[in-house]
Design a protein around this ligand. Sequence first.
Ligand code: CP
Length: 307
Amino acid sequence: MKHLLTTSELSISEIEQILSEARGFKAGESWLPHNQTFVANLFFEPSTRTKCSFEVAERKLGLEVIPFEVATSSVLKGETLYDTIRTLESVGVNAVVIRHNIDNYFDELVGKTNIPILNAGDGCGHHPTQSLLDLMTIQEEFETFQGIKVAIIGDIRHSRVARSNADALVRLGAEVVFSGPQEWFDESMRQNGHYENIDTAIETSDVVMLLRIQHERHSDSDKHTAEEYHRQYGLTIDREKKMKPNSIIMHPAPVNRDVEIDGRLVECERSRIFKQMENGVYVRMAVLKRALDQYQGGVNNVNDYQK
Ligand code: CP
C-alpha cells in the first residue's frame, strides 16, 4: 500500500522519483488511471492551498472527486475517523487525502484499511506534500541540495512543515539551521540542525524559509505582538537587503503580512512563495499517481488512452 504519511518513510530515491514525476507533469506529461477512480479529500482543519491543489491535481489526472465536508458529514454525529474511512472504502472510494489536527492520526488507520492515505498535514507532526513541493522549488532554483543552506525561521515547535522539510533536506545533503524565538525552538529538531541568530541565518543562507506563527496550537497567551515579532524575528526590508545575492525567500503560506515577512517582500524578486503553490499541484499529481498506479495501473500518455 503506497500511503504517503511522512517524508521520513520515503527513501532518497523515492523522493527523487516523485520530484522527477512532478517535473514531468509540469512539462506537460500526463497520466490517467485505467479504471474509473474515486478520491475523497477530508479536511478536519482549515486549508486553502493543500485542499485546492489536491483537487486540481485530482481533476488533471481524470480522477472523480467525491465531495466530503466534515461539517455536513456524520463525523458531527460522532462517527470516528476509522469508521469514516472504512465507510468511504466500502462505497468504492479508491484513495483518501486527510488533514487532521491530531499528530499521527494515521496510526489508527494503517494496516486496517485497503486504500491509500495521503497525509495533507497532521497536527504538529508532518506535511509531506508541502515538503515535496518545497524540495521541487529549491531544486528548480539550485539544481542540487548538496551544500545548500536553508534557514527555517519562526514557530519551529508547532510546525509540521519544519519537521518534514528538515528531515528531507538533511538527507538530501542540504545544511539546515533554525531561527526565531528561542522558546519556540524544539530540541528534538537538533538532530537536523542547530539554532542560529536571526541575522546570521538570513545573511548566510541560500533559502530563507519563514513559518507562520501557529496561534491555533499555542496553549499559553502569545508573548509577542505582531510589531515586536516582526522587528525581532521577521524578514524586514533591511534584513532582505543583506541576503546573499542569489538567495530566495520561501513560506508555506498562509502568510501573516508584516509579521513573519514584510508585506512588500511577499511578491519581491527573491520570493518563490507563489511558485511553491504552483509546484504543489504537480507534486500532488505525482503522489496521487504513485498511490494509485500500483494497484489500479494507468497510462502515461493521454493520446494512447484515447486510441
Ligand atoms: N501551506 C499550507 O498547507 O496551506 P493551507 O493550510 O492553506 O493548505
